[in-house]
Design a protein around this ligand. Structure first.
Ligand SMILES: Nc1ncnc2c1ncn2[C@@H]1O[C@H](COP(=O)(O)OP(=O)(O)O)[C@@H](O)[C@H]1O
Ligand SMILES: [Mg+2]
Length: 349
């Protein structure tokens, strides 16, 4: 639900001690506000969802975050409860989303994408080791931290997460074609199997992660502009474009290992445990061997900050990469250059 659709009588305080301030974001289920703790004066994020009496997505988020807590990239949840006609969760305040950053930067350099990919992969592996899948991996759901944590990506929004196995017995849920009429997750970053209505499992989080990483490097995806209402089987649907865009075209200009990762994640079977280390080793191809660890750190700090919020330009990625910002990450590694053309962009776009 977007902010504009929200009922007007929003609570002024949450749990008596968090004073609500300006809105900072909204998504499909709730609206997020800054809030000050009146005792400590610390600022938090509060996510609100209208209380309907039915199952609460943010209550489920709270329980999952409590289970995952303590791991890098897991936002701390401080309180969950009801306030007026809303369910509310109080979270640590984080920085901008990767979508916000990309909106300003257009693309991220391979060293940063390696850094993000490596950390996000570990987070996804950790979530999976706790028997959950995330289910909606996309740039809007990846935020960077504040202060010391400004180079740590946080995977947020466990609103559609679910258990893919019984945590006590380890038994995997059975495969089925979902009965629901609409897909889970976001079409742009959803796996092909998710479009086809299959029950989600570990493989789908990883395929989504690859689309996210490709999106970071290209600044776009061939199906980015596809209208949500486009019929699933039409040639211009996101599903059709994912199925018909040659992997080499999608990964053109990147190290060949990116294509291998995408093919690998698409070939995983429903209940297969992914080989996370294999993916991690392939992601290494994005690393820039000619940069020192200190250079990489300052590059990351610089690139993961919104451009209009920093003054220094001496760490401009272009200057560190000799002017070729986009694929300067792996000068010695073999890149796919013989690229087949992508399918034509739909006429209505
Ligand atoms: N802890 C947080 N700190 C700062 N901003 C946040 C935080 N959590 C969410 N947001 C902002 O609110 C947006 C929506 O939050 P999200 O949890 O994804 O809600 P939804 O389930 O509605 O998609 C995010 O994309 C982000 O911009
Ligand atoms: Mg979200």
């Amino acid at each position: 639900m977007g902010l504009l659709n929200f009922p007007v009588n929003i609570p002024i305080r949450i749990d008596g001690r968090y004073k609500l301030q300006e809105p900072i974001g909204s998504g499909s289920y709730g609206a997020v506000y800054k809030a000050t703790n009146l005792i400590s004066r610390r600022v938090y994020a509060v996510k609100l969802e209208p209380h309907s009496g039915g199952a609460s997505t943010i209550e489920q988020e709270y329980h999952i975050l409590k289970q995952l807590k303590g791991q890098p990239g897991v936002v701390r949840a401080h309180w969950f409860g009801r306030e007026l006609n809303f369910n509310a969760i109080v979270l640590d305040l984080l920085g901008p989303s990767l979508q916000d950053i990309l909106a300003q930067r257009k693309t991220l350099s391979p060293s940063i994408v390696h850094h993000l990919g490596d950390q996000l992969l570990s987070q996804i592996q950790y979530i999976h080791s706790n028997s959950y899948i995330h289910g909606d991996i996309k740039p809007q759901n990846i935020l960077v931290g504040l202060g010391d944590q400004a180079i740590t990506p946080y995977l947020i929004d466990f609103g559609v997460s679910k258990q893919y196995r019984n945590s006590a017995t380890g038994d995997h849920i059975p495969f089925r074609h979902a009965r629901r009429s609409h897909m889970i997750g976001t079409p742009i970053f959803a796996s092909i199997n998710s479009h086809l209505g299959a029950e989600l499992s570990q493989r789908d989080d990883l395929e989504s992660l690859v689309y996210v990483l490709i999106y970071f490097m290209r600044g776009s995806l061939p199906w980015l502009q596809v209208d949500r209402r486009t019929r699933k089987n039409s040639k211009s649907s996101a599903l059709n474009m994912k199925q018909t865009t040659p992997v080499e075209a999608l990964c053109c200009g990147f190290p060949a290992e990116m294509s291998t990762i995408l093919i690998y994640t698409r070939m995983l079977s429903f209940s297969e445990t992914p080989d996370y280390d294999y993916i991690r080793s392939l992601l290494m191809s994005l690393q820039n061997d000619s940069l020192s660890p200190a250079d990489i750190l300052s590059l990351i700090r610089d690139e993961l900050r919104l451009p209009n919020s920093h003054a220094s330009t001496h760490n401009d990625p272009k200057s560190l990469c000799g002017g070729e910002a986009q694929f300067c990450g792996s000068p010695l590694k073999k890149r796919v250059t013989n690229c087949p053309p992508p399918p034509p962009t739909p006429a209505h776009l």
